[in-house]
Design a protein around this ligand. Structure first.
Ligand code: GLU
Length: 434
């Protein structure tokens, strides 16, 4: 049904807007061609293993009942349990969950983790609900998903508009509904929990830190220093904030930020800490930040800068704005922020892209550490976590960079080739049951 509707819509509009699913399938298709992927494996990877849709009722604060639709798509588990976040956003639907689940499969494979890929979420705008309502929504969603997730089966994590509090509610609900003797053994059913409740020290900054490291590694390859470099960041959530935080520490200058509520610019520099403190007292929004001036939404990606970090939603850089982008480097903090057409234009213009499945993989690597920590009953220190992240991300970056150099291809295609080759190998070793 979804595909049919999408087809009809596509024909009705003049310039077809591609979905994230179209993008991920095209990216997969070009890499599959490059490595001559076996047609049987291509068939398997072109489709998701399982798709769970749940409709569940929740009592609102005013006594009314609302019914929500939640999704969990499990794309592939050839390398280990399904892994990936849950997002709360009006754009969540089955198509988005499929695309995002596929990206997780490539991401975990590229990072060398023993995980597959999954993704999901609830179609809702969380700003319209109170904390107590969000808690009940999360708990009821977890309960509805319970037979389909599990610490060795499918392990959700935070994503857009979900955080460590969401994961604490999920872990508590899941564990509370297990037989008493099994409860604590299930703590790793989700990752991204608060550090005091089985979470990993540093998991909060892991994705943004990984984005920063990827940029640093790229700069080193190009004999460039980050000092004085101008950066623009779309999305000042967990990823955007921490990426800007670490870049600023290295001397880079945040000159513009965009979020769901507004776009601001100050070419003299925006203090990351000031902006962070401001959003704490402004309902999480950057709008009207007094030390920058508001700008037109569509101008954002075309601003003067050296590095552009899309760290919000998919399909933000497209053929519409790609010809006017001034950055020399795009570091994808979000999943799927650049459309295939947008990317073609950027590459022709000599603009480099550090692809999402590499650039934002610090988050899932941090999740892997948390999972291991829970599984082994350990507690890791922050410096230990950061050191391990550094090592892991450096390895991935080097692998992708040298593959791209050797094969004369862009970094996204190289990252996909590496990711798919690993899954193809596992599939070949295991064969097909029966
Ligand atoms: N949502 C994050 C991502 O897209 C983290 C996933 C995870 O830690 O499982 O990579």
């Amino acid at each position: 049904m979804t595909t049919l509707t999408a087809e009809v819509n596509r024909k009705a509009v003049k310039a077809p807007v591609k979905s994230m699913m179209d993008n991920v399938m095209e990216q997969f298709g070009s890499a599959a061609e490059q490595i001559d992927l076996h047609p049987n494996i291509k068939k398997i990877l072109s489709i998701t293993n399982n798709e769970i849709i749940v409709n569940f009722p929740v009592k609102m604060d005013n006594g009314n009942v609302e019914v929500f639709t939640g999704y969990r798509v499990q794309h592939n588990n050839a390398l280990g349990p399904y892994k990936g976040g849950l997002r709360y956003h009006p754009t969540v639907d089955i198509d988005a969950a499929r695309a995002l689940a596929m990206w997780m499969t490539w991401k975990t494979s590229l990072a060398g983790l023993p995980f597959g890929g999954g993704k999901g979420g609830i179609k809702l705008d969380p700003s319209k609900y109170s904390q107590t309502e969000l808690e009940r929504i999360t708990r009821r969603f977890t309960y509805a998903l319970a037979d389909n997730i599990g610490p060795e089966h499918d392990i959700p994590a935070p994503d857009v508009n979900t955080n460590s509090q969401t994961m604490a509610w999920m872990a508590d609900t899941y564990m509370s509904t297990r037989p008493p003797a099994e409860r604590t053994a299930n703590q790793h059913v989700v990752t991204g929990k608060p550090a005091g409740s089985g979470g990993l020290e540093g998991r909060d900054r892991a994705t943004g830190y990984g984005v920063y490291l990827s940029i640093k590694f790229w700069a080193e390859k190009h004999d460039k220093s980050l000092n004085g470099k101008k950066i623009i960041v779309q999305g000042f959530g967990n990823v955007g904030y921490w990426a800007a935080y670490f870049l600023e520490k290295d001397g880079a200058k945040l000159v513009a930020v965009q979020d769901a509520y507004g776009s601001i610019q100050n070419q003299k520099g925006i203090s990351v800490e000031d902006l962070y403190n401001y959003i704490q007292i402004n309902d999480g929004s950057i709008a009207d930040f007094p030390k920058a001036r508001p700008i037109e939404k569509t101008m954002f990606f075309t601003l003067n800068c050296d590095i552009c970090i899309p760290a919000a939603l998919g399909n933000q850089i497209t053929e519409e704005n790609a010809p006017r982008i001034k950055a020399r480097l795009i570091a994808e903090g979000a999943n799927g922020p650049t459309s295939v057409e947008g990317e073609k234009i950027l590459l022709e213009r000599g603009i480099n892209i550090i692809p999402d499945i590499l650039c934002n993989s610090g988050g899932v690597v941090g999740s892997y550490f948390e999972w291991l920590q829970n599984r082994n009953g350990e507690l890791w220190q922050l410096d230990e976590v950061m050191g391990k992240l550094d090592k892991k991300l450096k390895e991935s970056f080097e692998k992708v960079y040298s593959y791209a150099e050797r094969e004369g291809m862009d970094m996204r295609t190289a990252a996909y080739c590496l990711a798919i080759e690993r899954i193809e190998k596992a599939n070949k070793q295991r064969g097909i049951f029966p």
